[in-house]
Design a protein around this ligand. Structure first.
Ligand SMILES: [Zn+2]
Length: 261
């Protein structure tokens, strides 16, 4: 008969805890690596860099693009003042894919003008406080198709609109020239207690084939804005840098033409 050995039983008891202590860091590491490398955009250091630039304003100015600026012979002119911190197909949280560009001016709500990047026909739905969309009948890069340029967050956090009075709610298919004032950057998110950081969100939405636009919240319904602005704004090609123009800049200073009321 085997002799009972209380010491050996005692020694086995904590082993599952030992395994757990061993496994927890490994699982945490795997989750981190999956988040870091498998989810596009989750890792961008652009946000932290931008926060540092907000303190060091002189350095920030190198990344601030201006309204009316064209990079090389880009089809679209830049619609506002700011640094592009959120790129197309960047992920802000697990499962999220950003459908456009987030352009941060680093100013205050209602101060920084937003203009039409390209001529077209503006619509503002009845319940849009901070958003307009501009139908471009001929995509300048693919003239056989219609596209839509979408501009949002142009209101205060509590929903006071910064959209130009020329475009009240219900505006439908109003012709606007490139460079027309649409409104001003704001921080409206729909939830006054949780506003966005002050910025313009701009995206290019696909047509639904019946004269309307597809749901702008899904990236598959949007186009990579890179070729339209001639800027590296696809996060898959530019994971860390704040995009700036690498070509010659052509500049029509729309802000200097603006008459403030
Ligand atoms: Zn955005």
């Amino acid at each position: 008969m085997k002799e009972f050995n209380p010491i050996s039983i005692k020694a086995k008891k904590p082993s599952w805890r030992k395994w757990l202590l061993f496994l927890i860091p490994i699982v945490a590491l795997l989750i981190f690596l999956a988040y870091r490398f498998l989810i596009p955009g989750a890792s961008s250091g652009r946000w932290a860099y931008y926060r540092a630039l907000l303190i060091d304003r002189d350095s920030l100015s190198a990344f601030i693009l201006k309204p009316g600026m064209r990079c090389g012979d880009s089809a679209f002119a830049f619609p506002t003042t700011g640094a592009i911190i959120g790129l197309w197909d960047q992920s802000y949280r697990v499962g999220h894919r950003h459908q456009g560009l987030d352009i941060f001016s680093g100013t205050s709500p209602g101060v920084t003008a937003v203009y039409a990047a390209y001529s077209g026909y503006l619509t503002r739905l009845d319940d849009w406080l901070s958003t307009v969309i501009i139908r471009v009948p001929e995509d300048p890069l693919h003239p056989d198709r219609q596209i839509w340029n979408y501009y949002t967050h142009m209101a205060t956090r509590s929903g006071d609109s910064f959209i130009s009075q020329e475009f009240p709610p219900g505006s439908y298919d109003v012709y606007v020239e490139e460079g027309s004032l649409l409104g001003f950057q704001g921080d409206y998110s729909g939830d006054p207690l949780n506003p966005t950081g002050l910025h313009l969100h701009f995206s290019i939405i696909k047509d639904d084939g019946e004269g309307g636009f597809l749901n702008e919240l899904e990236i598959k319904n949007t186009l990579d804005p890179s070729p339209y602005f001639n800027l590296s704004v696809n996060h898959n090609n530019n994971a860390e840098e704040i995009p700036i123009c690498e070509d010659g800049i052509e500049f029509a200073d729309w802000d200097s033409l603006l008459e403030y009321e």
